[in-house]
Design a protein around this ligand. Structure first.
Ligand SMILES: Cc1cc2nc3c(=O)[nH]c(=O)nc-3n(C[C@H](O)[C@H](O)[C@H](O)COP(=O)(O)OP(=O)(O)OC[C@H]3O[C@@H](n4cnc5c(N)ncnc54)[C@H](O)[C@@H]3O)c2cc1C
Length: 575
């Protein structure tokens, strides 16, 4: 096994991971910094896929207080208010850094000011963007900045375990798999950042990139760390529905389409959102997704089983100009977005839940930090469109500086616990050792996972469905454990079947956490809707869920939300 030593190990290379690398280097250029990533740096993860843009209170009349209130109210009063405040204030600084230090070109108005577009669910137009493919601009500039600095890169290396020291009191490093060679790599690190970007890819329709399988969250669970808000899975209302045989199905058509005035129509062409919410299509994602799902359950669907998105009334040329990327994506799948109708379906988009952390990105395990979609508490029950990339870049930067600061203290280098290391390798090796279960194949395991989560732990939930999901996930877990790779697929080098088996392990573990938290929340808030408990409950006595693995079993407990800046019924907006 290869052994490497570094001061800072960053797991994941999206907006959070790359900003952390830059800020750690900026804070202390003498630090050895290593970024380990499952894909290719700059080319993988969801930050690159960001379409609509980045929320920041820059407009005349807007304010961080207004952005904060939208975030807290959108999150159904569950966000940790210190985290939310850090997000909205940090976004102002970070977007300037993206433009002025990293060289991103965002769209501008004729007078030279930054163009701010409308996003659904917000009281002000505050979404900074580069056309409708903002993430490519951000990731290209970030990757160039990282390439230009002495930052080590381990590409196509997947993290397989977080390693603690002998008495489990501190982080000591991580076990990686070099995917190209199929070899284990032990990285000794003084500080580790978890930034693998969550991503609810356990649902039949989903938007995140294929490299994401909730690995970071599964590792955090396995390390005994608390995860919060895991029942809060965001469905984006407008996933492309292009048939079963294309991976384009489920990919997202951006929020700005509804923000600009796009209509949603049922299979018969009726605009159903007018009956649901005064904001119609511009209501928050949870409300629109549920309304579409209701149309689907009532059978008022398009030929592929979804609803239509229609933009033509906004002017064909205007739509082509404003949404070039979306128009081209739809054309690739045979749809005319600008002049016709496109079939869409709600699609699992984002995990609001994640590892509990402080505003300076510490977790409860000394030396382990978290940022981006792996973290929980910033968005509460619902993330506003545009707050995701703000979250990963704001907290990624903070994490980098925090790690450098933390390392400046007299912290010792810890040796990873040898038994835990051996156990982690055994765990990954099971695919080569287990007795082949009769007739089990990985593709069918994944299909079953999709069905369990979509049908029983999806947009509308209830006690019976969640109990069914819990039991079915246990069975799936057992079947995966008994799976063995076929004889022809035992070469470890770039063994995609092995990695799919590992991916499924993470996805099943995190699905179990989602279901456990959803069973525990007997009210409906934001993205979590139970038709047996449709009311939101008393906002003033809000609790969030905390899931943790203890002695091999998942435990979930309610924890009171602390209203540190504003309580339900109050506002920080003074104008
Ligand atoms: C299609 C799409 C459109 C979006 N549009 C917007 C938008 O307009 N505005 C907005 O605010 N948000 C948007 N989001 C959400 C936004 O992309 C995320 O909130 C944010 O980018 C997450 O950043 P991150 O750094 O946490 O994760 P990511 O950018 O996903 O990066 C995660 C990294 O971890 C790596 N990784 C994963 N597992 C492992 C492992 N086991 N070992 C090593 N590395 C690993 C991945 O390869 C990747 O490099 C969108 C998301 C999607 C999917």
């Amino acid at each position: 096994m290869r052994r490497l030593h570094t001061d800072v190990l960053i797991l994941g290379a999206g907006g959070a991971g790359l900003f952390a690398a830059l800020h750690a280097h900026q804070a202390n250029p003498a630090l050895r910094i290593t970024v380990a990533v499952k894909g290719l740096l700059g080319k993988c993860g969801c930050t690159r896929m960001v379409q609509g843009g980045y929320n920041v209170a820059l407009g005349a009349g807007d304010s961080v207080a207004r952005h904060f209130m939208d975030t807290v109210e959108g999150g159904a009063w569950l966000p940790d208010q210190e985290l939310a405040w850090t997000l909205v204030t940090g976004a102002v600084e970070r977007v300037r850094e993206l433009e002025n230090e990293l060289g991103c070109f965002f769209d501008r108005n004729a007078d030279g000011s930054i163009h701010l577009k409308a996003f659904a669910g917000q009281t002000f137009d505050r979404t900074v963007h580069k056309g409708d493919l903002t993430g490519i601009e951000i990731m290209n500039r970030l990757a160039e900045a990282v390439w230009g600095r002495p930052i080590e890169r381990l590409e196509e290396h997947r993290v397989q375990a977080l390693l603690k020291n002998g008495d489990a009191s501190a982080i000591a490093g991580a076990l990686l798999i070099d995917m190209r060679r199929g070899e284990y790599v032990l990285v000794h690190a003084r500080a580790v950042l978890l930034a693998t970007g969550g991503g609810p890819t356990m649902y039949r329709f989903h938007t995140p990139s294929g490299d994401k399988s909730c690995d970071g969250l599964a590792l955090a669970l396995a390390a005994g760390l608390p995860l919060r808000d895991m029942e809060m899975v965001q469905f984006h209302p407008t996933g492309l529905l292009a048939g079963q045989d294309t991976r384009m199905t489920g990919t997202v058509l951006e929020e700005g389409l509804r923000g600009a005035g796009g209509y949603l129509l049922d299979g018969a062409g009726r605009r159903f959102m007018l009956d649901v919410d005064a904001r119609a299509e511009r209501a928050t994602r949870d409300i629109v997704s549920r309304a579409i799902y209701a149309e689907m359950r009532a059978g008022r669907t398009t030929p592929e089983g979804g609803v239509y998105l229609s933009m033509a009334h906004l002017g064909v040329e205007n739509v082509r100009r404003q949404f070039k990327g979306m128009v081209e994506r739809c054309a690739d799948c045979g749809f005319d977005l600008a002049g016709g109708r496109v079939e869409v379906v709600p699609t699992a988009h984002y995990l609001m839940g994640g590892v509990e952390f402080t505003p300076d990105c510490h977790t409860e395990l000394p030396g382990l930090f978290v940022a981006g979609e792996d973290s929980g508490g910033v968005h509460g029950a619902n993330r506003l469109g545009g707050n995701g990339v703000a979250n990963s870049t704001v907290f990624g930067g903070i994490a980098g500086a925090s790690m450098a600061h933390w390392l400046a203290g007299a912290h010792t280098v810890h040796e990873p616990d040898a038994d835990a290391l051996a156990a982690a390798i055994d765990q990954a090796e099971r695919a080569f050792c287990a007795r082949a279960g009769d007739g089990i194949d990985l593709a069918s395991l994944r299909e079953r996972l999709y069905a369990i989560m979509w049908d029983d732990a999806g947009i509308v939930r209830n006690a019976a469905g969640l109990a069914r999901a819990d039991a079915a996930l246990q069975e799936l877990h057992a079947e995966r454990e008994s799976y063995a790779l076929p004889a022809a697929a035992r070469d470890r080098a770039f063994n995609l079947a092995w990695h799919e088996w590992l991916n499924l392990g993470s996805l099943i573990a995190v699905s179990q956490a989602i279901v456990r938290a959803a069973r525990a929340r007997d009210n409906s808030r934001g993205a979590h809707y139970r038709d047996d408990y449709p009311e939101p409950g008393d906002l003033a006595r809000s609790t969030y869920t905390r899931v943790r693995l203890q002695s091999g079993a998942l435990h979930c407990q309610p924890v009171p939300v602390r209203f540190t800046r504003v309580s339900p019924g109050e506002t920080l907006i003074r104008d």
